[in-house]
Design a protein around this ligand. Structure first.
Ligand SMILES: [Zn+2]
Length: 236
């Protein structure tokens, strides 16, 4: 049976422990939120890099096609200058065929070039729009992370304070009582000490106390709830 004189101190201890629980929960939530935001940030960066890579690939394809076109043009020039020098009709025809082959290639390559340039333009303008969205989200995430850092600092400070209070309270409680309290806490969790609520029910589990126990509580004693085991007191 618990000495009533200790009740106030124990209730204070319980309050501090509940604060610690709340603060640690908040701390965990912030940490989760922080890693969620960091993951989102790197995902955005990856997406952006991917978009830029696609544009870069198109650019290098354009460059290659332009080079090929100028090679074909040189080939045409070469064929034309040799046309003036050949004597045999057979060679002449062969050169004409060579020239025509280059010309066909140029037509095909020019079409490819046009398509790629259109695609590049489309992707660039899509990216310009996307970039604004990206940048806004980057800014938002950075702001949210700054806020989280501040919150984390506040909570750490508060936790340190409350843990100090808890330690001081523990030191003022006889070890036997403290042991009993902690054992019960391990078993039922917080709160360990509850007041009796309307119609004589345990404030922890809600079971109505037997009349004999209830009258003990009302008379100022602290009892164990026969159902959940918590300490029950009467709040005056
Ligand atoms: Zn109970």
């Amino acid at each position: 049976m618990l000495e009533k004189g200790l009740l106030k101190v124990l209730l204070k201890l319980q309050d501090t422990q509940m604060s610690i629980e709340r603060l640690e929960k908040a701390q965990k939530k912030l940490k989760e939120e922080e890693s969620r935001l960091r993951r989102e940030f790197s995902k955005l960066e990856e997406e952006e890099a991917q978009t830029l890579l696609v544009i870069k690939n198109i650019e290098s394809q354009i460059k290659q096609i332009k080079e090929e076109i100028s090679r074909c043009k040189e080939g045409i020039k070469r064929a034309e200058s040799r046309l003036n020098m050949v004597r045999k009709a057979q060679d002449y025809k062969a050169l004409l065929r060579e020239k025509a082959k280059y010309e066909d290639s140029i037509i095909k390559l020019s079409q490819d070039l046009k398509n790629l340039e259109t695609e590049k333009k489309e992707r660039e303008s899509a990216y310009a729009k996307e970039k604004k969205v990206f940048e806004r989200r980057y800014r938002e995430i950075k702001e949210e992370l700054e806020y989280i850092t501040l919150e984390q600092e506040n909570i750490s400070k508060k936790l340190k304070e409350v843990k100090g209070q808890e330690q001081r309270l523990r030191e003022s409680i006889p070890s036997q009582v403290l042991m009993e309290y902690e054992k019960l806490k391990d078993h039922v969790g917080l709160p360990v000490i509850v007041s009796v609520v309307s119609f004589g029910a345990c404030g922890g589990c809600g079971m109505t106390l037997p009349a004999t126990l209830y009258s003990k509580v009302v008379s100022g004693q602290i009892i164990n709830c026969p159902n959940c085991g918590r300490w029950v007191y009467y709040e005056t």
